[in-house]
Design a protein around this ligand. Structure first.
Ligand code: URA
Length: 228
């Protein structure tokens, strides 16, 4: 049970002070009955605001189909950010919604967003072996020898001291490949191709762990069930 004003402010609905006004205006109900005090302790599952249940009171997890041109950052200095594509009150939650790892500004595709710290840690820790699937368009025809080079597990990237773990490369057409990796090093896919002389011109993530984009349109998000 949590104090109502704390609960509403932590979910990004309003400040604790504004919660008083919400209550005064009769907008908040507990099991269908108008709540009288903003400092009352309540069960979040029974609260409605404007007759709507609270949004993800136990933690929010969603997928975003990130378009090219949006940065995965809370900083305002980097032009358009993914947070412009999400409801603004998600960033007002405490903890704020954040991306699980990052995609480069010029990469599109599946990005998880959440306010559940343990999930971020689980999916981004160096020990995490979550599968990520990328489709890369490259600048000249692919060579099938890349399949073995990426699969061997001894590919060293510049200024790193450990080789990349084995990765699966599938050549889809002369200049398009699907790459499956289980790590998340900085610019990993672009650097893996660059190490062999190919420039990645277009990069899209179609899968992250158990999640796929399906038919989610570019720039849109979809709430997921949390199964922690
Ligand atoms: N690898 C990259 O090079 N860029 C990304 O955005 C993700 C993986």
């Amino acid at each position: 049970m949590r104090r109502l004003d704390q609960l509403l402010s932590s979910l990004g609905y309003c400040s604790r002070r504004e919660a008083m006004a919400f209550v005064k205006e009769g907008r908040v109900k507990l099991a269908g009955v108008v709540v009288k005090r903003s400092d009352q302790r309540v069960d979040s599952a029974l609260i409605t605001v404007d007759d709507q249940p609270l949004e993800a009171p136990e933690g929010l997890l969603a997928i975003l189909h990130k378009p090219v041109g949006y940065a995965c950052t809370h900083s305002e200095d980097e032009g358009q950010t993914i947070y412009e594509l999400l409801p603004s009150h998600w960033v007002d939650r405490n903890p704020a919604v954040t991306s699980v790892g990052r995609l480069d500004k010029e990469t599109s595709g599946l990005l998880l967003v959440t306010d559940i710290g343990s999930l971020v840690h689980r999916y981004t820790s160096p020990k995490s072996d979550v599968v990520k699937v990328y489709v890369a368009d490259v600048d000249h025809d692919l060579d099938p020898t890349l399949i073995e080079i990426f699969a061997k597990g001894d590919l060293m990237l510049r200024s790193e001291d450990k080789p990349c773990l084995p990765a699966r490369l599938e050549i889809v057409s002369s200049r398009t490949a699907r790459l499956t990796i289980t790590e998340g090093r900085y610019h990993q896919v672009r650097r893996m191709f660059a190490s062999q002389g190919w420039q990645v011109e277009k990069l899209h993530r179609e899968r992250f762990g158990p999640y796929e984009l399906g038919s989610l349109p570019k720039g849109e998000w979809q709430m997921l069930e949390v199964t922690t």
